[in-house]
Design a protein around this ligand. Structure first.
Ligand code: PLP
Length: 415
């Protein structure tokens, strides 16, 4: 077999890959769910393990030749246990959605009931949206954030749980800037004899580093993605107590998936190993400090933040107060032209549509990976506001773009 590079074997794909590498180097990735993995994680993810079938779990495979697959998966499991303090860990879910599916398949019957946060208030499709398998398979009711404060309305959630009698309560979100009172969810779930699923997809890294409260030991199940704040490459993970270990493992394989993506599991192992270092704790703290600095400066410029600030890696801006005629989509598109990539987002009490919502969501995990500190994040806030004030002004976008070029040169990503 000849070892051609992608460039030699397939110039069309090579061009696209090079373009993406350049794009990531030359823009500010502020989509709150994104991050940049290390070169070591990239290398592990592109290893020959992509060739290997290893249905089953370490030591109990359906195929031969699994010695190295076992080593890699066991390393990922052991490191995850140490990072989050979980009894049992399954590192095979292909994504965060697959992790949630694993929990539902393990613990629920069709038409059982899920109580989860409304998507427009920061929830996730896999928590029971009608367009998702969970919404089609189970009966779903949704709780909300308090429109005044932007915080989860714990009291109303508890009352709703008592009225609806769910089989599982889901907490943990995609666009929620505040820490979560896991104990309040535990009490609400216990009162109606329901399981509690904590989906920490966004904050896996913050929880591992101790800069966000941990649901491990409080919730029955903790799911996450491995490519967001934890920076371990694309994938999912499930944690639970030993009593549910067999049910969870069987629900992931053979319940919902076939062979594990061992190359991605190798990435998880390497990324989790990196996250066990003191440097990662400092990184996670910086992510949160940077989001606070970004948010405060946006507020100084007159922008409104949902919940009035942030405890996490992201801020959610409600444009309606300061810029009633400007939509999130307009801002997203104008900022992308200027080299700042974030996403339009619905806000609590949304008066537009999910395709053209009234807010923008901005996160700091990617910038922090490049080495940005608070001062640089304050400057990024200044740049964002210039574009928000004048999304159609080509001169403004060109000036901001020039400054983004300087910043990305100053804080390089991949060589
Ligand atoms: C990102 C996210 C997931 C996982 O998404 P995938 O794209 O399937 O990996 C799950 N739950 C929440 C709350 C999320 O934000």
């Amino acid at each position: 077999m000849s070892y051609e590079t992608v460039r030699e074997a397939d110039p069309a794909v090579a061009d696209a890959l090079a373009g993406e590498r350049q794009r990531q180097n030359d823009t500010l990735a502020m989509i709150a769910s994104e991050n940049h993995v290390s070169e070591a994680v990239l290398e592990a993810q592109s290893s020959e393990l992509t060739n290997k079938y290893a249905e089953g779990y370490p030591g109990e495979r359906y195929y031969g030749g699994c010695a190295y697959a076992d080593e890699v998966e066991q390393l990922a499991i052991d490191r995850a246990k140490e990072l989050w303090g979980a009894d049992h860990v399954n590192v095979q879910p292909h994504s965060g959605t697959q992790a949630n599916m694993g929990v539902y398949l393990a613990m629920l019957e069709p038409v059982d009931r899920i109580l989860s946060l409304e998507l427009e208030h920061g929830g996730h499709l896999s928590h029971g949206h009608p367009a998702n398998f969970a919404g089609k398979t189970y009966e779903v009711e949704q709780y909300h954030v308090d429109p005044e404060t932007g915080y989860v309305d714990y009291e109303a959630m508890r009352e709703q749980a008592e009225a609806f009698d769910p089989d599982i309560v889901v907490a943990g979100y995609s666009a929620y800037p505040r820490d979560i009172d896991w104990e309040a969810f535990r009490e609400a779930a216990d009162a109606v004899d329901a399981y509690l699923l904590a989906d920490i997809a966004h904050v896996t890294g913050l929880v591992a580093a101790g800069v966000h409260s941990s649901p491990v030991g409080v919730a029955d199940f903790v799911t996450g993605s491995t490519h967001k704040t934890i920076r371990a490459g694309r994938g999912g993970i499930i944690m639970c107590r030993e009593e549910h270990a067999d049910a969870i493992d069987a629900a992931v394989f053979p319940g919902g998936q076939g062979g594990p993506l061992l190359h991605n599991i190798a990435g998880k192992a390497v990324g989790f190993g990196e996250a066990l270092s003191p440097e990662f704790e400092a990184y996670a703290q910086q992510v949160v400090d940077n989001a606070a600095a970004l948010g405060e400066r946006l507020q100084e410029h007159g922008l409104s933040l949902v919940s009035g600030g942030t405890d996490t890696h992201l801020v959610l801006v409600d444009l309606r107060d300061s810029h009633p005629d400007t939509t999130g989509k307009e801002v997203e598109e104008a900022l992308e032209e200027a080299g700042i990539v974030l996403n339009a987002n619905t806000v609590p009490g949304e008066t537009r549509s999910p395709f053209n919502p009234s807010g923008i969501r901005a996160g700091t995990p990617g910038l922090t990976t490049r080495g940005f500190g608070e001062e640089a994040c304050r400057e990024v806030a200044d740049l964002i506001v210039r574009v928000v004030d004048d999304p159609a002004d080509e001169d403004v976008k060109a000036e901001v773009s020039d400054r983004v070029d300087e910043l990305t040169d100053e804080y390089p990503l991949y060589d």
